[in-house]
Design a protein around this ligand. Structure first.
Ligand SMILES: [Zn+2]
Length: 444
């Protein structure tokens, strides 16, 4: 460390799990200046910079949740124990159609509070068809690093009137939102055709072309549930990943959630093209979709991130739950305790999530020059003591309540477990009120 002059923040005395290429784990301080990481080492205790106490904790790059739905946080507990297509048609779509600006803002704040409080610093979010500006407004207010986009839906059985849009309007509105929010501070825009059954070929092809022209991500769902796969095969004569690729939705700027149904050949094709996938283990279990074979996906060269998906199919939006579940389920699925070791699971939740979003040059690891997106998580609680290395303690043992501090771009957004940009009591009270009004509007 050359100088402690002008430091904005020192994260002091933790075990730093860098997630750099060598996966180095160091004991020391993380030094932040101008929102960037400028050093990892030791600073004299008389430095005047603001300091966060990380003793007894790991300091990790903040979690990247590469597939979530902020607009659904308000539906938590309103769609339990239903299979995917019923879940969508009878609960999620009618509830989304009943959203107004206030309910969607309350929903987004509730989801953001939970995720950030649990160490999430970056999200890739899919909105509903309308009121997307309110999602971006809440993300901006919270201080999260976030990419979102309105859901695009111009066809589909069981889609309520409030969600159906014309192809032209879907494209026009998405382009306008992209122009408004792309590169606005920590925010960015991703085009989000919901899934192949809710989109016409024309919408998918046009979206691929527009996104390519402006360099934006296309974010969708694919290969999730068997019932859905059968509907796709009946309509298109093939599987969604193959059909989407034919329409131009494939490659490094395509992010697809799930991949439970992928065949070995499809994994190889996705690995070769660079198509990104996001593993959502809790949602796949709760909707009985199955267990994605992430070990084979990674072995096929695919870049795979992690995400909580929506609150009504999880019901948590907690990255630590997904981290632990991903690690355990991989072993259970392969009947091999050595697969997806703790460090690899943590990579999916951090640096690989950043690669999914194409921002690994800026975030995803603790390295000099990267933005200071950090989570400080206690590993000295009774449930993480006494054995094990720092990464094992974190992945297998730690819980959301162990998260002490969260930093985004050098800003402390959670301190001593308290969210500093979103008031907990207000967020909860507003969510309760808006949920009641929403259910009444939806007539459920
Ligand atoms: Zn989803």
């Amino acid at each position: 460390v050359s100088t402690t002059e002008g430091l904005d923040l020192v994260v002091h005395g933790g075990t730093v799990v860098t997630m750099d290429a060598k996966r180095r784990v160091l004991v020391g301080d993380v030094l932040v200046r101008g929102g960037a990481i400028v050093g990892i080492g030791r600073v004299p205790s008389n430095t005047r910079a603001r300091s966060l106490d990380a003793r007894g904790c790991v300091v990790i790059p903040g979690f990247v949740q590469a597939h979530v739905h902020l607009c659904q946080a308000l539906f938590r507990g309103m769609a339990d124990d239903l299979p995917l297509m019923t879940w969508l048609r009878e609960r999620i779509w009618p509830l989304e159609a009943a959203h107004d600006e206030r309910s969607i803002a309350a929903s987004a704040r509730l989801g953001l509070h939970e995720m950030m409080r649990a160490g999430t610093t970056t999200i890739l979010d899919m909105g509903t068809v309308r009121e997307e500006d309110a999602v971006f407004g809440a993300m901006h207010e919270s201080g999260i690093r976030g990419v979102s986009g309105k859901a695009m839906m111009d066809r589909g059985r069981g889609v309520p009137k409030g969600l159906r849009e014309s192809t032209k309007d879907s494209l026009r509105e998405s382009e306008a939102l992209h122009a408004r929010w792309s590169g606005a501070g920590r925010l960015d825009y991703a085009f989000a055709p919901r899934f192949i059954l809710s989109c016409t070929e024309k919408l998918l092809r046009s979206t691929a072309e527009i996104a390519k022209n402006v360099g934006a991500i296309v974010h969708s769902h694919a290969a999730e549930h068997r019932g859905e796969r059968d509907e796709v095969r009946a309509q298109f004569g093939g599987d969604d990943v193959d059909v989407l690729a034919r329409f131009g939705i494939a490659g490094p700027r395509t992010v697809l959630a799930h991949g439970v149904q992928l065949t070995a050949a499809q994994m190889r094709a996705c690995g070769k093209r660079g198509t990104r996938f996001v593993h959502c283990p809790s949602a796949n279990l709760k909707l009985a979709s199955g267990i994605a074979d992430v070990v084979s996906m990674r072995a096929a060269g695919m870049i795979v991130g992690l995400g909580a998906d929506g609150a009504p199919c999880n019901n948590r939006m907690d990255p630590l739950t997904e981290l632990r579940s991903a690690a355990l389920l991989a072993k259970g699925r392969r009947l091999d305790a050595s697969v997806l070791p703790a460090m690899d699971a943590l990579a999916m939740a951090t640096i690989d999530g950043a690669r999914v979003l194409g921002i690994d040059d800026r975030v995803g690891s603790i390295e000099i020059g990267k933005r200071a997106d950090l989570a400080v998580i206690a590993i000295d609680e009774p449930h993480t003591e006494p054995g094990g290395d720092a990464v094992g303690r974190l992945v297998y043992g730690a819980a959301a309540s162990d998260v002490r501090h969260v930093v985004i771009d050098g800003d402390v957004v959670v301190q001593h477990g308290e969210h500093r940009t979103l008031d907990r009591d207000h967020v909860v009270a507003d969510a309760r009120k808006q949920a009641k009004l929403l259910v009444a509007r939806a007539g459920l």
